[in-house]
Design a protein around this ligand. Structure first.
Ligand SMILES: Cc1cc2nc3c(=O)[nH]c(=O)nc-3n(C[C@H](O)[C@H](O)[C@H](O)COP(=O)(O)OP(=O)(O)OC[C@H]3O[C@@H](n4cnc5c(N)ncnc54)[C@H](O)[C@@H]3O)c2cc1C
Ligand code: FES
Length: 359
């Protein structure tokens, strides 16, 4: 019998003994599984997705097209949690061969070992990673949906995603969170996307076109080679249908780069501000996603012109479904005296920017 403090660890799947191990197992388990949902909440589930293509689109960015069966309805601004490593079913130790186990021991009262050993932890990123839905096409006859994710390779999980090949299977969890709602009185939508915040704006442009609402996109990046979009025409300072992903949905685009290598030189928020100064934007609503400083600046521009503004926050997340509390933000709706914590994954990721206490 193992001494106190010793545990079996199967391929370093140490979640069997960490607090919340049950939750973590659920986050990694494979197969199509419906997850419990609050009565009023949107439907969600866990799905095996087949890679249809995974193509480099610009420096460090890829577009991953997945085929999923019976994926629940989703809205722009919602996201999926991707298990980026190989598709491994876990949580059934009885069925695993003895060689798949190793013993980890420490004396009662001593400090448990730190699990920094790469071999012990295994090659796969332990937690799922969140990615906004960038586009979706449904085939009701077959029950298949194509889901687009656009991602930038910045670390372990996204590095492994870049190695996915056509036909590979990965596990996704979603659709998660609450997407953008479209105010009834809105006449024009001003979409502001920066860096990896651009993908949900493409999906939003598609919904706006379906609802016959005029839209204009402001796209920001550090440099021209970090814009994960297809530029199809000359880029000037005026809005133009020169970006394929947005032009497809009749959405003219303004591009701004920090170094001026394409479009307007400077931050995308400056481009938005200049546009709002050029003519009154009565009835316009701003939707934004990107780095926190960019969204905070967008909120200020919107306030300057008295425009409603919604932001889709990209707070680092662990579970993505309201359990781990790792994604809290400070929130204070208008009129309230005190702020409260909200969960970006479950209560958001979309919030009215006036309700957020930006930090
Ligand atoms: C709701 C939501 C939607 C997202 N949508 C997209 C998307 O459409 N496309 C896309 O490319 N990325 C998106 N992200 C960010 C994406 O989840 C991270 O890039 C990814 O988790 C990185 O995993 P990694 O293992 O490659 O990097 P890691 O090794 O985990 O991290 C590498 C470095 O990046 C930092 N980092 C990781 N995640 C974040 C974050 N969310 N904010 C700030 N810094 C971070 C880490 O602190 C670390 O320094 C989204 C995040 C959220 C919360
Ligand atoms: S990511 Fe776990 S509660 Fe939000």
């Amino acid at each position: 019998m193992s001494p106190r403090g010793c545990r079996n660890v199967r391929n370093a799947r140490w979640q069997a003994w960490v607090p919340c191990g049950m939750l973590l197992r659920m986050m990694q388990v494979s197969g199509n599984v419906a997850l419990p949902t609050a009565n009023a909440g949107p439907k969600r589930g866990q799905f095996n997705a087949e890679v249809m293509s995974n193509i480099a689109i610009c420096r460090e960015h890829f577009i991953l097209r997945l085929r999923v069966t019976h994926f629940p309805p989703s809205e722009p601004g919602q996201f999926v949690q991707v298990l980026c490593g190989p598709d491994v079913a876990i949580g059934v130790p009885e069925a695993a061969p003895a060689a798949a186990y190793s013993e980890v021991c420490w004396e009662p009262g001593s400090v448990p070992p730190a699990f920094h050993d790469a071999a012990l932890l295994g090659p796969a990123p332990y937690l799922r990673r969140p990615f906004s839905i960038a586009g979706r096409r449904d085939n009701p006859a077959s029950g298949y949906s194509e889901i687009d994710l656009i991602y930038r390779v910045i670390g372990k999980a996204t590095g492994q995603m870049a190695a996915l090949a056509v036909g590979d299977s990965i596990s996704i969890l979603g659709p998660l969170g609450h997407g953008f709602s479209l105010p009834r009185e809105m006449t024009t939508a001003l979409l502001v996307g920066g860096g990896v915040g651009i993908p949900p704006m493409i999906y939003l442009a598609e919904k706006l076109q379906r609802q016959r609402i005029n839209a204009l996109a402001f796209i920001g990046a550090q440099r021209a080679d970090l814009i994960p979009l297809h530029i199809t025409g000359a880029v000037g300072l005026e809005p133009a249908l020169n970006v394929r992903e947005f032009a497809t949905f009749d959405t003219p685009t303004v591009i701004a780069t920090d170094d001026g290598s394409l479009g307007q030189k400077g931050f995308v928020t400056r481009a938005l501000q200049q546009f709002c100064q050029s003519k009154p934007q009565t009835g316009a609503v701003v939707f934004c996603c990107g780095p926190t400083p960019m969204m905070r600046a967008t909120a200020l521009v919107a306030a300057e012109f008295n425009l409603t503004c919604y932001a889709s926050l990209e707070q680092p997340m662990a579970c993505g479904m309201g359990t781990c509390q790792s994604c809290v933000i400070k929130y204070r709706p208008p009129g309230a005296e005190d702020w409260v914590y909200k969960l970006t994954c479950k209560d958001g990721p979309v919030f009215n920017t006036t309700d957020i206490l930006w930090q």
